[in-house]
Write a protein that binds this ligand. Structure first.
Ligand code: RIB
Length: 298
Protein backbone atom coordinates (compact mmCIF):
# COMPACT_ATOMS: atom_id res chain seq x y z
CA UNK A 1 0.00 0.00 0.00
CA UNK A 2 1.33 3.46 -0.88
CA UNK A 3 1.42 6.10 1.82
CA UNK A 4 -1.85 7.98 2.19
CA UNK A 5 -2.11 11.75 2.59
CA UNK A 6 -2.85 13.08 6.08
CA UNK A 7 -4.92 16.20 6.81
CA UNK A 8 -4.82 17.60 10.34
CA UNK A 9 -7.60 20.07 11.14
CA UNK A 10 -6.82 21.62 14.50
CA UNK A 11 -5.39 24.22 16.83
CA UNK A 12 -2.13 26.14 16.66
CA UNK A 13 -0.66 27.73 19.79
CA UNK A 14 2.47 29.27 21.16
CA UNK A 15 3.26 27.57 24.47
CA UNK A 16 4.64 29.53 27.46
CA UNK A 17 6.13 27.20 30.07
CA UNK A 18 6.99 27.97 33.67
CA UNK A 19 8.69 25.26 35.67
CA UNK A 20 8.73 25.14 39.46
CA UNK A 21 9.55 22.66 42.22
CA UNK A 22 6.25 23.50 43.89
CA UNK A 23 2.97 24.82 42.48
CA UNK A 24 1.59 27.94 44.19
CA UNK A 25 -1.59 27.83 46.25
CA UNK A 26 -4.22 30.54 45.62
CA UNK A 27 -2.89 33.90 46.84
CA UNK A 28 0.68 32.59 47.03
CA UNK A 29 3.79 33.50 45.02
CA UNK A 30 6.54 30.96 44.42
CA UNK A 31 9.84 31.40 42.60
CA UNK A 32 10.20 29.10 39.61
CA UNK A 33 13.27 27.52 38.03
CA UNK A 34 12.75 27.95 34.35
CA UNK A 35 10.75 29.78 31.66
CA UNK A 36 10.71 28.79 27.99
CA UNK A 37 8.53 28.97 24.91
CA UNK A 38 7.73 26.30 22.36
CA UNK A 39 5.47 25.69 19.38
CA UNK A 40 2.26 24.03 20.52
CA UNK A 41 -1.45 23.48 20.01
CA UNK A 42 -2.80 19.97 19.74
CA UNK A 43 -3.40 20.23 15.98
CA UNK A 44 0.02 21.66 15.19
CA UNK A 45 1.70 19.22 17.59
CA UNK A 46 0.12 16.20 15.93
CA UNK A 47 0.93 17.56 12.45
CA UNK A 48 4.60 18.08 13.36
CA UNK A 49 4.84 14.68 15.10
CA UNK A 50 3.46 12.99 11.98
CA UNK A 51 5.67 14.97 9.56
CA UNK A 52 8.85 14.21 11.55
CA UNK A 53 8.04 10.52 11.18
CA UNK A 54 7.70 10.75 7.43
CA UNK A 55 3.96 11.41 7.08
CA UNK A 56 2.65 13.42 4.13
CA UNK A 57 0.94 16.09 6.25
CA UNK A 58 -1.18 19.18 5.59
CA UNK A 59 -2.28 21.34 8.52
CA UNK A 60 -5.61 23.19 8.37
CA UNK A 61 -6.02 25.79 11.12
CA UNK A 62 -5.90 29.48 12.05
CA UNK A 63 -3.29 31.89 13.34
CA UNK A 64 -3.40 35.65 13.97
CA UNK A 65 -1.79 38.17 11.64
CA UNK A 66 0.54 39.06 14.51
CA UNK A 67 4.21 38.94 15.47
CA UNK A 68 4.04 35.13 15.72
CA UNK A 69 2.94 34.67 12.12
CA UNK A 70 6.33 34.77 10.37
CA UNK A 71 7.98 32.49 12.93
CA UNK A 72 5.14 29.97 12.69
CA UNK A 73 5.08 29.90 8.89
CA UNK A 74 8.88 29.34 8.78
CA UNK A 75 8.58 26.66 11.43
CA UNK A 76 5.91 24.67 9.56
CA UNK A 77 7.91 24.92 6.33
CA UNK A 78 11.04 23.66 8.11
CA UNK A 79 9.04 20.78 9.55
CA UNK A 80 7.71 19.92 6.06
CA UNK A 81 4.10 20.47 7.13
CA UNK A 82 2.05 21.80 4.22
CA UNK A 83 0.26 25.03 5.21
CA UNK A 84 -1.28 26.08 1.87
CA UNK A 85 -4.74 26.31 3.46
CA UNK A 86 -3.82 28.05 6.70
CA UNK A 87 -6.26 30.78 7.79
CA UNK A 88 -4.49 34.01 8.80
CA UNK A 89 -6.96 36.12 10.79
CA UNK A 90 -6.77 39.92 11.22
CA UNK A 91 -7.27 41.61 14.59
CA UNK A 92 -6.79 38.60 16.86
CA UNK A 93 -3.77 36.91 18.40
CA UNK A 94 -2.48 33.44 17.66
CA UNK A 95 -3.64 30.91 20.28
CA UNK A 96 -1.57 30.73 23.45
CA UNK A 97 -1.12 28.06 26.10
CA UNK A 98 0.18 28.78 29.60
CA UNK A 99 1.76 25.66 31.00
CA UNK A 100 2.87 25.01 34.58
CA UNK A 101 5.42 22.25 34.65
CA UNK A 102 6.11 20.40 37.88
CA UNK A 103 7.73 16.98 38.40
CA UNK A 104 7.32 16.17 34.69
CA UNK A 105 3.53 16.73 34.87
CA UNK A 106 1.69 19.77 33.52
CA UNK A 107 -1.34 21.98 34.00
CA UNK A 108 -2.46 23.98 30.97
CA UNK A 109 -4.69 27.00 30.42
CA UNK A 110 -5.29 27.88 26.77
CA UNK A 111 -6.44 31.16 25.27
CA UNK A 112 -7.89 30.08 21.88
CA UNK A 113 -7.36 33.42 20.02
CA UNK A 114 -7.38 32.77 16.26
CA UNK A 115 -8.27 29.08 16.80
CA UNK A 116 -11.89 30.25 17.26
CA UNK A 117 -11.85 31.08 13.56
CA UNK A 118 -11.30 27.45 12.60
CA UNK A 119 -15.09 27.42 12.69
CA UNK A 120 -17.93 26.16 10.48
CA UNK A 121 -17.29 28.97 7.92
CA UNK A 122 -13.66 27.85 7.58
CA UNK A 123 -14.76 24.21 7.49
CA UNK A 124 -17.05 24.98 4.57
CA UNK A 125 -14.23 26.83 2.77
CA UNK A 126 -11.81 23.92 3.08
CA UNK A 127 -14.29 21.08 2.57
CA UNK A 128 -13.70 20.87 -1.20
CA UNK A 129 -9.95 20.46 -0.84
CA UNK A 130 -10.33 17.89 1.94
CA UNK A 131 -11.52 15.19 -0.44
CA UNK A 132 -7.90 15.04 -1.73
CA UNK A 133 -6.74 13.54 1.57
CA UNK A 134 -7.19 10.01 2.93
CA UNK A 135 -6.56 10.12 6.67
CA UNK A 136 -7.98 12.88 8.89
CA UNK A 137 -6.69 13.80 12.29
CA UNK A 138 -8.93 15.94 14.50
CA UNK A 139 -8.95 17.16 18.11
CA UNK A 140 -11.32 19.27 20.24
CA UNK A 141 -9.27 22.47 20.59
CA UNK A 142 -11.18 24.22 17.79
CA UNK A 143 -14.96 24.84 17.76
CA UNK A 144 -16.99 21.62 17.91
CA UNK A 145 -19.21 22.94 15.07
CA UNK A 146 -16.24 22.38 12.72
CA UNK A 147 -16.09 18.69 13.59
CA UNK A 148 -19.87 18.38 13.44
CA UNK A 149 -19.72 19.83 9.93
CA UNK A 150 -16.71 17.85 8.66
CA UNK A 151 -17.06 14.38 10.19
CA UNK A 152 -20.34 13.44 8.40
CA UNK A 153 -18.87 14.63 5.05
CA UNK A 154 -15.63 12.70 5.54
CA UNK A 155 -17.59 9.63 6.63
CA UNK A 156 -19.72 9.82 3.47
CA UNK A 157 -16.47 9.83 1.46
CA UNK A 158 -15.17 6.73 3.33
CA UNK A 159 -12.21 8.59 4.80
CA UNK A 160 -10.23 7.32 7.78
CA UNK A 161 -11.09 9.66 10.68
CA UNK A 162 -8.90 9.73 13.80
CA UNK A 163 -10.30 11.82 16.65
CA UNK A 164 -8.14 12.67 19.64
CA UNK A 165 -10.86 13.98 21.99
CA UNK A 166 -8.74 16.57 23.81
CA UNK A 167 -9.52 18.79 25.64
CA UNK A 168 -12.27 16.37 26.65
CA UNK A 169 -15.97 17.03 26.31
CA UNK A 170 -19.02 14.79 26.03
CA UNK A 171 -19.61 13.85 22.39
CA UNK A 172 -22.81 12.55 20.88
CA UNK A 173 -23.01 8.90 19.85
CA UNK A 174 -23.84 9.75 16.22
CA UNK A 175 -20.53 11.60 15.81
CA UNK A 176 -18.56 8.86 17.59
CA UNK A 177 -20.04 6.22 15.28
CA UNK A 178 -18.58 7.95 12.23
CA UNK A 179 -15.07 8.11 13.64
CA UNK A 180 -12.63 5.33 12.69
CA UNK A 181 -10.30 5.61 15.72
CA UNK A 182 -10.73 7.48 18.98
CA UNK A 183 -7.58 8.10 21.08
CA UNK A 184 -8.41 9.57 24.52
CA UNK A 185 -6.18 9.38 27.57
CA UNK A 186 -7.73 7.94 30.74
CA UNK A 187 -9.12 11.27 31.93
CA UNK A 188 -10.55 12.15 28.50
CA UNK A 189 -11.98 8.64 28.26
CA UNK A 190 -14.18 9.11 31.33
CA UNK A 191 -15.41 12.53 30.18
CA UNK A 192 -16.04 11.64 26.52
CA UNK A 193 -17.71 8.35 27.36
CA UNK A 194 -19.71 10.09 30.08
CA UNK A 195 -18.59 7.48 32.65
CA UNK A 196 -20.73 4.82 30.92
CA UNK A 197 -19.26 1.90 32.91
CA UNK A 198 -15.98 0.06 33.58
CA UNK A 199 -13.29 0.75 30.97
CA UNK A 200 -13.20 -2.90 29.85
CA UNK A 201 -16.94 -2.84 29.03
CA UNK A 202 -16.67 0.40 27.08
CA UNK A 203 -13.62 -0.87 25.16
CA UNK A 204 -15.62 -3.96 24.21
CA UNK A 205 -18.39 -1.74 22.85
CA UNK A 206 -15.91 -0.09 20.44
CA UNK A 207 -13.56 -2.91 19.33
CA UNK A 208 -10.50 -1.96 17.25
CA UNK A 209 -11.61 1.67 17.49
CA UNK A 210 -11.38 3.02 21.03
CA UNK A 211 -7.69 3.28 21.96
CA UNK A 212 -7.06 4.58 25.48
CA UNK A 213 -3.60 5.86 26.35
CA UNK A 214 -2.76 5.31 30.04
CA UNK A 215 0.69 6.98 30.34
CA UNK A 216 3.27 4.65 31.88
CA UNK A 217 0.61 1.89 32.04
CA UNK A 218 0.57 1.63 28.25
CA UNK A 219 -2.35 1.64 25.81
CA UNK A 220 -5.58 -0.38 26.02
CA UNK A 221 -8.00 -1.43 23.30
CA UNK A 222 -10.35 -4.35 22.54
CA UNK A 223 -9.36 -6.51 19.58
CA UNK A 224 -12.80 -8.12 19.11
CA UNK A 225 -11.92 -11.01 21.44
CA UNK A 226 -10.37 -9.43 24.50
CA UNK A 227 -8.88 -6.27 25.98
CA UNK A 228 -5.27 -5.89 24.89
CA UNK A 229 -2.69 -3.83 26.77
CA UNK A 230 0.30 -2.59 24.79
CA UNK A 231 2.92 -1.75 27.43
CA UNK A 232 4.75 1.58 27.51
CA UNK A 233 8.56 1.75 27.38
CA UNK A 234 10.09 2.55 30.76
CA UNK A 235 11.90 5.87 30.49
CA UNK A 236 12.97 8.79 32.67
CA UNK A 237 10.22 11.36 31.99
CA UNK A 238 10.98 15.09 32.30
CA UNK A 239 7.87 16.56 30.65
CA UNK A 240 4.66 14.85 29.56
CA UNK A 241 3.48 17.88 27.53
CA UNK A 242 2.67 16.78 23.98
CA UNK A 243 3.17 13.05 24.70
CA UNK A 244 -0.44 12.29 23.77
CA UNK A 245 -0.07 14.39 20.62
CA UNK A 246 3.11 12.52 19.72
CA UNK A 247 1.32 9.19 20.22
CA UNK A 248 -1.57 10.23 17.99
CA UNK A 249 0.68 11.77 15.31
CA UNK A 250 2.85 8.64 15.15
CA UNK A 251 -0.18 6.33 15.24
CA UNK A 252 -1.64 8.27 12.30
CA UNK A 253 1.52 7.90 10.20
CA UNK A 254 1.46 4.14 10.75
CA UNK A 255 -2.24 4.06 9.80
CA UNK A 256 -1.45 6.09 6.66
CA UNK A 257 1.09 3.38 5.73
CA UNK A 258 -1.53 0.65 6.10
CA UNK A 259 0.12 -1.06 9.12
CA UNK A 260 -1.93 -3.44 11.32
CA UNK A 261 -3.59 -1.77 14.34
CA UNK A 262 -1.30 -3.34 16.97
CA UNK A 263 1.77 -2.08 15.09
CA UNK A 264 0.27 1.41 14.79
CA UNK A 265 -0.29 1.53 18.56
CA UNK A 266 3.16 0.12 19.30
CA UNK A 267 4.74 2.73 17.05
CA UNK A 268 2.77 5.46 18.85
CA UNK A 269 4.03 4.26 22.26
CA UNK A 270 7.66 4.30 21.05
CA UNK A 271 7.28 7.87 19.80
CA UNK A 272 5.52 9.04 22.99
CA UNK A 273 8.21 7.43 25.18
CA UNK A 274 10.86 9.52 23.42
CA UNK A 275 8.82 12.73 23.63
CA UNK A 276 8.52 12.67 27.47
CA UNK A 277 12.32 12.55 27.79
CA UNK A 278 12.65 16.13 26.53
CA UNK A 279 10.99 19.37 27.61
CA UNK A 280 8.40 21.16 25.49
CA UNK A 281 5.65 19.90 23.21
CA UNK A 282 7.16 19.98 19.72
CA UNK A 283 10.79 20.29 20.89
CA UNK A 284 10.58 16.80 22.33
CA UNK A 285 9.05 15.06 19.34
CA UNK A 286 11.19 12.31 17.83
CA UNK A 287 12.45 11.60 14.31
CA UNK A 288 12.25 8.21 12.58
CA UNK A 289 15.95 7.37 13.26
CA UNK A 290 15.29 7.53 17.01
CA UNK A 291 12.41 5.07 16.72
CA UNK A 292 14.54 2.82 14.49
CA UNK A 293 17.06 2.66 17.38
CA UNK A 294 14.35 1.41 19.74
CA UNK A 295 13.18 -1.19 17.24
CA UNK A 296 16.77 -2.38 16.77
CA UNK A 297 17.24 -2.72 20.55
CA UNK A 298 14.16 -4.95 20.86
O1 RIB B 1 -1.31 18.69 24.19
C1 RIB B 1 -0.38 19.68 24.55
C2 RIB B 1 -0.81 21.00 24.01
O2 RIB B 1 -2.00 21.40 24.65
C3 RIB B 1 0.15 22.14 24.23
O3 RIB B 1 1.09 22.25 23.19
C4 RIB B 1 -0.76 23.35 24.34
O4 RIB B 1 -0.64 24.26 23.30
C5 RIB B 1 -2.17 22.78 24.42
O5 RIB B 1 -2.82 22.89 23.23
Amino acid sequence: MTMQRIAVVGSINIDYFVESKRLPKFGETVTGENFFMDFGGKGANQAVAAARLGGDVTLFGSIGNDEQKGVLLDHFRNEKVNIDHLNVVEGISTGAAFIQLHNSENRIIIIPGANQFSNAIYAEQISKSLVNYDVFLLQLEIPLETLEYLIPILYEHNKTIILDPAPAQVLNEELLEKVTYLTPNEHEFSVVMNKQSEMANVLKKYPNKLIVTCGKDGVKFHNGEKVVNIPARKVQAVDSTGAGDTFTGAFTVAVSKGKPLVECIQYGTYAASLSVMKKGAQSGMPYQEEIDEIIKER
